[in-house]
Design a protein around this ligand. Sequence first.
Ligand SMILES: NC(=O)c1ccc[n+]([C@@H]2O[C@H](COP(=O)([O-])OP(=O)(O)OC[C@H]3O[C@@H](n4cnc5c(N)ncnc54)[C@H](OP(=O)(O)O)[C@@H]3O)[C@@H](O)[C@H]2O)c1
Length: 246
Amino acid sequence: MKIRGAIALVTGANRGLGRAFLRHLREAGCAKVYAGVRQLESLGAGIENAVQLDITDPEQVAAAAARCQDVDLLINNAGVAKFTPLLGSPTVDNARAEMETNYFGTLEMCRAFAPILKQNGGGALVNVLSVVSWFNAPMQGSYCASKSAEWSLTKAVRFELRNQGTLVAGVHAGYIDTEMVAALTDPKTSPDDIVNRVLAGIEHGDEEILADERSETLRAELLGNYAPFESAMQQTWDEYQRRITR
Ligand SMILES: NC(=O)c1ccc[n+]([C@@H]2O[C@H](COP(=O)([O-])OP(=O)(O)OC[C@H]3O[C@@H](n4cnc5c(N)ncnc54)[C@H](OP(=O)(O)O)[C@@H]3O)[C@@H](O)[C@H]2O)c1
């Protein structure tokens, strides 16, 4: 679909990747861009079409859908990462929080906006996933599980919406230079570079958008023999365990 003239809604639009989506979509000529945010004041001054939207709150999701009936491009960007292992965490609270936002919140948004996309000619629904949709890094085991679940739901929603002409795209990327991974020193891609690739992918009609080099490399690697990758990940986990128990 064409970005120029589209009417978009971005979740988690106040900072990080969502903020970059907001800016690029406006610059690319969207007719309107709704900025979905948990706290309206977090957007700062001068942003039009702010929408109060915590995606884990079904009433707010319903209210957003009632208000944004003209949307034909939904960017499900909002997400959380707690960076904790599955068994090595004291409780399952972090795992639940990640599932609530990344999986159930995204699912609620897909369910609420699928009929709106249909009534507006199909449009596009874009879920911001991760490279960890494809594998598990146990230091952040519960986040990876939630992104795998979100990837799976993306594929299911794609099947369900194909006949209404909605492009359902999943975005995969390695580390992106946002607050989410501010504590990590690994190489990161700028949000601007990621968004440029995503918008090009939407215009091209891509269902799977590899938004950086890391996702391109890993996709090719994981489609082949998965065992060496798992073995390397085990070593990473073992080293991590040694470090924290030292
Ligand atoms: N950064 C990375 O390395 C990386 C890599 C691959 C994929 N991703 C994915 O990219 C997306 C954007 O992440 P980011 O890097 O921009 O992270 P970020 O800087 O931490 O921003 C996360 C955004 O999501 C919003 N959010 C969190 N929970 C929400 C909820 N329940 N309802 C509505 N909004 C909520 C946050 O709002 P508040 O300001 O109110 O908290 C914030 O706007 C996420 O889906 C993430 O999983 C990130």
